[in-house]
Ligand binder design. Structure first.
Ligand SMILES: [Zn+2]
Length: 94
């Protein structure tokens, strides 16, 4: 609440799906837990996070280009079922 300055007050992250930069608050943080990519709804889960727009188009793009394992520094494919379900339920099918 300190004005609209272009400072670190509004941190930006890159969406792993569409590769566009967006305010951290507009993106969904995801972390990997036991080989599964899960949404970090409170932004409090430990470990490396990957940011994606909470939209199926971005999620699908990220999956297609294997952006999650790369961003999260884990080998092999990740299960994104929980993440997909979350996006579908909270943001609709677009
Ligand atoms: Zn995106």
């Amino acid at each position: 609440m300190s004005g609209r300055t272009r400072t670190r007050a509004c941190p930006e992250r890159t969406c792993v799906g569409c590769r566009e930069r967006a305010a951290k608050a507009e993106l969904l943080r995801t972390v990997v837990i036991e080989g599964e990519c899960v949404p970090d709804l409170r932004g409090t889960l430990p470990g490396r996070g990957a940011y994606v727009h909470p939209a199926l188009v971005c999620l699908d793009q990220a999956v297609r280009r294997r952006a999650f394992p790369r961003a999260l520094r884990v080998p092999g494919p990740l299960d994104v079922k929980a993440l997909r379900r979350h996006v579908e339920q909270t943001h609709g099918k677009t």
